[in-house]
Design a binder for this molecule. Structure first.
Ligand code: ADE
Length: 273
């Protein structure tokens, strides 16, 4: 998979070098490019925003740098040239950071999808993480201020699928942290990234319920014992206990999830609970 991120704060994306995402990159499972939007500005102040039409507080991101950035990243009729060429701003030695772990010029098959984090988007879920993990190329456009001029998204939608995504019902300063969250959720689903694929099948949200609590050694810690059943070696009873705990937790903490649970995934014991 390839992921490109366009932002006015490339340093915010530094964690994409770390941990399992960094390892996936080093192992050739993932190619990441982080690009400074200001590389596609042309004025001395490298302006990316302006006052909103219709009035109101804050600033809106102007369409021109975004249009040029997307033209440069995505080959097509409006592109300034083949992918292997540096963008005009990059050739001019812009102060923008643009890093890529793989030779530029290789365009993954299967097209590209633009993902725009915004509190006005549809809510990001595990199902959406799976959907995005199936793409070969994602471009994340990080808005700041009051957001990106809507025409950027409308124009991009004539060339590629565009999805506006919210992490939840709260407002961040901008899209960068949301991109980090989404990248973690997506990259860990890529084949070969997690050592043990079983951990994906069992975890919270994969089966529509929250995960049961987990324990490790020692068997007793500060007066709190590990539930006896987990030490019994009876795998059938352990599986049942975990399922009961998962359902109880979900009922207590996320009754909304229980309401949408597929009845086909429930057995008799689940229903009795
Ligand atoms: N940008 C600002 N707030 C956001 C949110 N809640 N989700 C995604 N992107 C955002």
């Amino acid at each position: 998979m390839r992921i490109d991120v366009v932002t006015i704060f490339p340093e915010y994306l530094a964690p994409l070098d770390l941990s399992l995402i960094g390892k996936a990159r080093a192992g050739g499972l993932l190619d990441v490019g982080v690009h400074d939007l200001r590389a596609w500005t042309h004025d001395v102040h490298r302006t990316v925003d302006d006052t909103p039409y219709g009035g109101g507080p804050g600033m809106v991101m102007r369409p021109e740098p975004w249009g040029e950035a997307l033209d440069a990243l995505v080959p097509g009729p409006a592109s300034s040239g083949p992918r292997s060429e540096a963008t005009r701003a990059e050739r001019a030695g812009s102060r923008g950071q643009s890093e890529r772990s793989e030779p530029a010029g290789r365009v993954p098959e299967g097209g590209v999808r633009l993902v725009v984090p915004t509190p006005a988007g549809e809510v990001f879920t595990q199902a959406m993480a799976h959907e995005l993990a199936a793409e070969s190329w994602l471009i994340f456009a990080c808005g700041r201020y009051e957001g990106i001029d809507q025409r950027v998204l409308d124009h991009a939608a004539t060339r590629m699928p565009v999805t506006e995504v919210s992490l939840g019902d709260y407002v961040l300063f901008g899209g960068e942290v949301a991109v980090l969250v989404m990248c973690e959720a997506i990259v860990r689903l890529l084949p070969g990234v997690l050592g043990n694929a079983d951990s994906l099948a069992e975890e919270s949200h994969t089966q529509g319920v929250l995960e049961a609590p987990v324990y490790t050694k020692p068997p007793e810690w500060r007066g709190h014992p590990v539930p006896e059943i987990l030490r019994s070696g009876d795998h059938g009873r352990i599986a049942r206990w975990r399922r009961d705990q998962a359902l109880l937790r979900t009922a207590q903490r996320r009754p909304d999830l229980l309401a949408t649970l597929d009845p086909g995934t429930l057995d008799k014991r689940d229903v009795a609970l």
